[in-house]
Design a protein around this ligand. Structure first.
Ligand SMILES: Cc1cc2nc3c(=O)[nH]c(=O)nc-3n(C[C@H](O)[C@H](O)[C@H](O)COP(=O)(O)O)c2cc1C
Length: 206
């Protein structure tokens, strides 16, 4: 009787040791991921189809083109880069009723190339470059020339868009094509309503 009781107690002890040892083990296929704020929400090697191949490059002096660029980003998921002038434009600089204001002088000077602040982006990975700017005296602001002369966009698709008080984008598109003869420069869009983006994207890229 005593021996049977002893055997039973021994068996129970062995079972406990086995169970506790098992509880401490991790399933072999659970990856060892950190569980902190740095953990990416998306699997690191999940493809990001929305933004990897296109970038919106824009210049905006008073915010209209910037708003259009942000709206376009919603439609495309493209990356975004703002061309920031090394010397910011003041209100007086933009007073186009004054012949001698900075913006007017720059537009009238064929050699003027206003400097861009900070580092300009690498564009090698992008296939589609959306290019946004305001119209100044019927053309692109000269800082867009600075930008376009820094790059060779051969083989890339360029999608120009602008905001303006009424002037069209066609002269600017011709200028872009002249500066980037080996790029595929698509029909430009003068943005008046963000809903225009859908049709433009379908017609030019679809
Ligand atoms: C120096 C200057 C020249 C401009 N020239 C024109 C023009 O020729 N035609 C036009 O329709 N609007 C013209 N505008 C108005 C801008 O194109 C318009 O306000 C644009 O939306 C501004 O964009 P932004 O807010 O992104 O800078 C001019 C504005 C400035 C400051």
């Amino acid at each position: 009787m005593k021996r049977t009781l002893l055997s039973l107690l021994l068996a129970a002890a062995c079972l406990c040791v086995f169970l506790f040892a098992g509880c401490g083990e991790r399933a072999p296929d659970v990856p060892d991921t950190p569980d902190g704020p740095d953990t990416p929400a998306v699997e690191p090697d999940a493809p990001d189809i929305s933004s990897e191949a296109s970038i919106i490059v824009y210049f905006s002096a008073t915010g209209n083109t910037e708003r259009a660029a942000n709206a376009l980003r919603e439609y495309t998921g493209a990356a975004l880069y703002e061309i920031v002038p090394a010397e910011p434009y003041t209100e007086d600089d933009l007073n186009y009723r004054d012949d001698d204001c900075r913006a007017n002088r720059e537009q009238n000077d064929p050699d003027c190339r206003p400097a861009i602040a900070g580092e300009t982006p690498g564009l090698a990975e992008y296939e589609v470059i959306y290019l946004g700017f305001p119209i100044w005296h019927g053309r692109m602001p000269k800082i867009m020339f600075t930008f376009l002369e820094l790059y060779d966009l051969a083989g890339k698709t360029v999608m120009p868009f602008c905001t303006s008080g009424g002037s069209g984008i066609s002269s600017a598109v011709r200028e872009i094509a002249g500066l980037q003869p080996s790029a595929q420069v698509k029909e430009g869009l003068r943005v008046t309503d963000y809903a225009q983006f859908t049709g433009w994207l379908e017609e030019q890229l679809g």
